[in-house]
Design a protein around this ligand. Structure first.
Ligand code: MG
Length: 254
């Protein structure tokens, strides 16, 4: 199933993406099973929202070998973890705001894991049963602010710094997916999630031993090598095999 969250007259609704249209749901994909209602909207008329209304996005730094090497950093022995606030969420095709206090704004193409049910102290073996599916995240980063702070909260926590979407799919195997980013059509990053240092079951289990993961929470699994800057007016696209394309444009704060 491919789940989308769309804007309607009655507020945000979930739906199932089919060929050319979206079949609306009465409930959410985090409930036991989808209840469909007799209402559909054409895909081209739909205004998509971030598909996972996360209470927290738990993000992993340096989880691809090539990205660690790019920064001249050793391969980490335990995951580098930071949080993005829920206010950072941005919809597909929405604008990423280039903050006036930032002088270098980067994209980071990432596979995002969406939690289906409350997870606390889960084993690696059971971890995937807590996962609804996968979507695409852009871990937008004010790169010049990153080394200025002891932690990454400022550099990565601005409003609109977590575009997510376009849909959540439970039809793919997250352990081996091609991941690509493009700016204005030019390919910038290309890798495969099989290059992750810390696997998805490991991350779900590890994090659930620290904090309770709630339905809709997101684990963003880190970015491959090839990061670089973006300018106002640029269009950034992230494509992951089986998960579509997450596209956003950059606008200046002023
Ligand atoms: Mg990242």
């Amino acid at each position: 199933m491919k789940y989308v969250r769309v804007k309607t007259d009655k507020g945000a609704r979930y739906g199932i993406l089919k060929k050319g249209f979206i079949q609306l749901m009465e409930n959410t994909p985090f409930d036991s099973s989808p209840i469909l209602i007799d209402e559909a909207i054409r895909s081209e008329d739909a205004v998509l929202l971030p598909p996972a209304p996360f209470s927290k996005a738990v993000c992993i730094g340096l989880n691809y070998r090539d990205h660690a090497i790019e920064f001249g950093l050793p391969i980490p022995e335990s995951p580098v973890v930071f949080l993005k606030p829920s206010t950072a969420a941005a919809a597909p095709e929405s604008a990423i705001i280039y903050p006036s206090m930032c002088h270098r704004l980067d994209y980071e193409a990432e596979l995002a894991v969406v939690i289906r049910k409350k997870a606390k102290n889960v084993s690696m073996e059971d971890a995937l049963s807590y996962v609804l599916g996968y979507t695409i995240a852009n871990d937008v980063t004010a790169r010049d602010l990153q080394p200025k702070n002891g932690q990454w909260t400022i550099a990565k926590g601005f409003d609109t710094f977590m575009p997510l979407g376009p849909y959540i799919s439970d039809e793919v195997d997250g352990s081996s997916l091609m991941i690509t980013s493009r700016v204005n059509g030019e390919t910038k990053q290309m890798s495969n999630t099989s290059n992750l240092i810390f696997s998805i079951p490991y991350l779900v289990s590890y994090l659930s031993h620290v904090m309770t993961l709630l339905p809709g929470d997101v684990i963003s699994t880190g970015t491959p090598g090839g990061i670089s800057g973006m300018q106002p007016g640029d269009r950034v696209e992230i494509e992951i095999e089986g998960l579509g394309i997450l596209a956003n444009t950059i606008i200046s704060e002023h």
